[in-house]
Design a protein around this ligand. Structure first.
Ligand code: MN
Length: 432
């Protein structure tokens, strides 16, 4: 089936600013609450959100086999379960309907009023009900930096790293959409030079610049997904800030890996950009040496050229872009991650989320965490107001953006942005 939605010549009758992340070639999927307090699945062109539930009820998808309530849901899980063919049919149809010369909807003012929303009239929700969440550790630069700081600069990578896309099972209950503030976590740490741990607020709260992919139902329990087929089961991608407490992490992670340092919050961007929309931005990943085992061997352009940047915005202060990285630096690609994840027969479901791990580039200005940017606090970052940051302080907002760009157009992810609050205060109650 052709990607008619990716035609670079296409323009929409909805106006789209030059530098918008959401031209008619994007057509991401999300879930939002409308001005009438109705929850619906939608898409976005320019600065207009489009209610797909209403569009479907009005008959605009009549030639596509969809159940009546497929878009009248509070998550994309069922739609994602319908599979790649349906995603493409729907995306192509939306593209056709909003194309400049198509009169079907644009001249029907009454219908336009029902399906189109300004962004300030809606509230974005978590787009999927995430059953299981896995976080990989697939950036060689990041793993090398962390290994250099915490273990041995001469043997920064552990012996398995170049053979396995290393990962751990995270917790989906603490994944939240962009905009929701995060409390500084309390926990147990071992102060420097002490032999006894203490309980208190983490002193080293960090972000992790990551992306994550959302899967469809991929296999039966016991059935591995071959690396060559793995991409068929990936619906799309989001930006992902995997908030981390470095001091808690350092004390707790031996021998079973990350635990409470990671599951207090992870923030995701609300619009899922489909792999179909990212097709024009495919690139080859880094060369893999030693050659991976046969079940992990992948060829062709399996990575994507996605520019990533992070701003730190102090409370009432000016934003500073503190790093610029790119998804293409990832050593292990998503197909390899999914093939590895299922090689033992592990079942993957619709709405599962797999995050990349921190995406660090080769140069110090492209590192994907404060831990690396400040080299564990040794080289603080100077903000525009003259203040310094070793890690994130209360009141700071972390905003991540991601976009692809070629000579024809730009496809972006919008942003994931959230503020760090002081530790939760039980006296003030839940909304402190
Ligand atoms: Mn992570």
């Amino acid at each position: 089936m052709p990607h008619t939605a990716n035609d670079p010549k296409k323009q929409s009758w909805i106006s789209v600013k030059q530098d918008s992340d959401f031209p008619i070639q994007n057509i991401p999927f999300g879930v939002f609450l409308t001005r009438d307090d109705v929850i619906t699945i939608g898409t976005r062109i320019g600065d207009k959100a489009i209610d797909l539930g209403a569009l479907h009820q009005l008959g605009y998808f009549e030639n596509i086999p969809l159940t009546d309530d497929i878009f009248l849901q509070d998550s994309l899980n069922d739609f994602i379960s319908d599979g790649k063919k349906t995603w493409r049919l729907v995306r192509n149809r939306i593209s056709e309907l909003f194309e400049k010369n198509n009169q079907e909807l644009q001249n029907n003012k009454e219908h336009c009023k029902i399906v189109l929303f300004d962004l300030d009239e809606i509230e974005m929700q978590l787009p999927v009900q995430i059953g299981d969440y896995t976080d990989f550790y697939s950036s060689k630069e990041h793993a090398t930096n962390v290994g250099t700081m915490f273990r041995d600069p001469n043997n920064a990578l552990l012996p398995n790293w170049l053979h396995i896309p290393v990962g751990y099972h995270g917790r989906s209950s603490s994944i939240i959409p962009s905009g929701i503030p995060v409390h500084r976590p309390m926990g147990q740490t071992l102060p420097l030079g002490s032999s006894e741990p203490v309980y208190g607020p983490s002193q080293r709260v960090d972000f992790e610049l990551e992306m994550a992919f959302i899967t469809t139902d991929a296999n039966l329990l016991g059935e591995p997904i071959p690396v060559d087929e793995a991409e068929d089961y990936i619906f799309g991608m989001v930006l992902f800030n995997d908030w981390s407490a470095r001091d808690i992490q350092k004390w707790e992670y031996v021998p079973l890996g990350p635990f409470l340092a990671k599951n207090f919050a992870s923030s995701m961007s609300p619009w899922i950009v489909t792999i179909d929309a990212l097709e024009p931005f495919r690139v080859k990943g880094p060369e893999q040496n030693p050659e991976p085992l046969a079940y992990l061997k992948s060829s062709g352009k399996k990575s994507f050229d996605i520019n990533l940047e992070v701003d730190l915005i102090p409370e009432n202060g000016e934003a500073l872009t503190i790093t610029k990285s790119n998804f293409k630096y990832m050593y292990w690609n998503m197909a390899q991650q999914l093939a590895h994840h299922t090689v033992n027969g592990c079942k993957v479901n619709s709405g599962d989320m797999m995050a990349s791990g921190t995406i660090s580039g080769p140069t110090p200005d492209s590192y994907g965490s404060m831990l690396e940017l400040t080299w564990a606090g040794k080289n603080p970052i100077k903000l525009k107001d003259g203040s310094e940051r070793k890690f994130i302080e209360d009141g700071d907002t972390i905003t991540m953006r991601g976009y692809c760009k070629n000579k024809d157009y730009r496809i972006g992810f919008g942003e994931v942005s959230s503020k760090l609050l002081p530790p939760f205060d039980p006296k003030k109650g839940k909304k402190s």
